[in-house]
Design a protein around this ligand. Sequence first.
Ligand code: NAD
Length: 263
Amino acid sequence: MYPDLKGKTVIITGAATGIGKACALRFGQEHANVVINFHSDKQVKETEEMIKEIKDSGGNAIAVQGDVTKESDIKQLIEKAIDEFGSLDIMINNAGIENEVPSHELTLDDWNKVISTNLTGQFLGCREAIDYFLEHDIQGAIINMSSVHEIIPWPHFVHYAASKGGIKLMTQTLALEYAPKRIRINGIAPGAINTPINAEKFSDPKQKEGVLKLIPMGYIGEPEEIAATAVWLASSQASYVTGLTLIADGGMTLYPGFQAGKG
Ligand code: NAD
């Protein structure tokens, strides 16, 4: 538990499922005020259940529908957080999408969709949160959900890999720019995590086996293991940490091909 998170207000984008959902529930357990951003009408029921669970665990929560690619939706998300809870302390830019296409067949539309959700959406979240922190003299924290694919090239996912590579240097650049104001900006790079984004892949035993071979620790991570890194990074326990990408990947980025000591 991180007692300083009690009463803090955190916005999490794309929080109705997967890693964002696990973060929302965990911040609720830390007794934070959680703003659950969700995208689709189909996620309303899920967010209502989440609000109840967060309140039952001692936190507070609201849900705000919005599309992170739209500047006006991001502005409204922050306004609603402030209207409801009086402030903003932590911004978690988590929403993200991917789709598999050989790069020579990738349409401009598909490229733009992934870049605008994963990279531009996170930039807008950073910019609006920083602007608010500066105006109100808040030493806030921002966490950008990256991926091991900010390091590892990924054929058939060039738009995704480019977006995550972009997140890495965006995070470091903003961290450097706003360090004098004590605004901390960090990233998290999950490896393979058991969430809806991977549901199709992991339901095929052959594909799942292929992924497991890439993970030295030998198992697919759970979203709660990523949420555990997010609460630490957001808390005062990480007060001197900025510009970091915290890798939580069961060793995936440690060159698993060398595990047997050959090379
Ligand atoms: P997920 O599909 O469960 O979550 C993504 C969420 O983003 C969904 O709730 C979706 O509705 C939302 N979203 C999509 N477009 C949006 C938009 N325009 N506006 C607002 N919300 C939108 O998958 P996840 O695994 O929980 O992914 C969360 C983040 O973690 C993503 O950025 C993803 O790239 C990253 N990540 C996931 C893994 C993994 O293995 N699961 C690994 C590395 C990084």
